[in-house]
Unconditional design. Structure first.
Length: 256
């Protein structure tokens, strides 16, 4: 398997380019990196605080197999495998023209109304650099959401990057489908499973649906599909509504 974009073996240092909020790591990148520290299979990662950027974190394994990741301010995350299979109801592919139209509409909304974290490596409208994933997820005609995951290169992406590609589409699902979406939210936990490698330079669709809303807690589920509609990865994500300014973000039209 040929790994591309970028090739790193240090799972405990998240480079500043992979930010979500401006001063902390993108939740999906953190989940993908921390998931690599536990044995293969479905993994649950709970984020307990903002993962730092550019600072090497430490990890230890507890007796029950849980990996605890710590940073300068204390515990950052807990990651563990779980025995129960991860179940996400099937999704179907939609036409490429619809994916493009949804992305353009979502991007236009972010430009018009503002985005709480405009420099987010995955969904930030201000990111145009080679690391940016440019994932602009929105509602499709069938009632679920759709976003794109495509990174140039050859061979296959590292597993952590594929899992990172599930994050902002799961958050975009919350904003697109919740009746009263919050002005901002951050990833609190993700259960995820990689089914097969994601090939570089190939368009993948990330489909999503809203599962539940309980006060500040919003849950969604997503699946990444390759062009043949085979499932590459799935996840269930818990998002926590927050004041974006507490995370260095910006106020938006919705929060003004």
């Amino acid at each position: 398997m040929t790994l591309t974009y970028p090739q790193t073996t240090d799972m405990l240092t998240i480079e500043p380019t992979y930010c979500g909020p401006p001063d902390s790591a993108h939740g999906g990148v953190a989940v993908g990196r921390f998931a690599s520290l536990v044995p293969s299979g479905p993994v649950e990662v709970r984020l307990l605080g903002p993962p730092p950027l550019g600072t090497r974190m430490a990890s230890r394994m507890e007796d029950d197999g849980t990996v605890v990741v710590t940073g300068p301010a204390g515990e950052v995350a807990r990651a563990r495998t779980f025995a129960d299979p991860l179940e996400v109801a099937p999704f179907r592919l939609v036409d490429d023209d619809e994916v493009d139209a949804v992305a353009e509409a979502t991007l236009e909304t972010a430009r018009r109304d503002g985005h709480p974290f405009p420099t987010c490596v995955a969904c930030g409208p201000d990111r145009h650099d080679p690391d940016a994933l440019r994932q602009f997820t929105g509602a499709a005609a069938d009632g679920d959401t759709v976003g794109r995951f495509c990174v140039p290169g050859e061979g296959f992406h590292p597993d952590w990057l594929t899992l990172a590609g599930l994050d902002c589409p799961s958050g975009g699902t919350v904003w697109a489908l919740a009746e009263d979406p919050p002005p901002a939210a951050v990833l609190g936990a993700m259960r995820c499973e990689l089914r097969r490698p994601a090939r570089a330079g190939v368009d993948h669709q990330v489909r999503g649906r809203l599962v539940s809303v309980d006060g500040r807690k919003l849950t969604s589920e997503v699946a990444m599909l390759d062009p043949e509609a085979s499932v590459v990865a799935i996840a269930q994500a818990l998002w926590i509504a927050v004041d974006p300014t507490l995370f260095g973000g910006a106020t938006t039209e919705a929060s003004a």
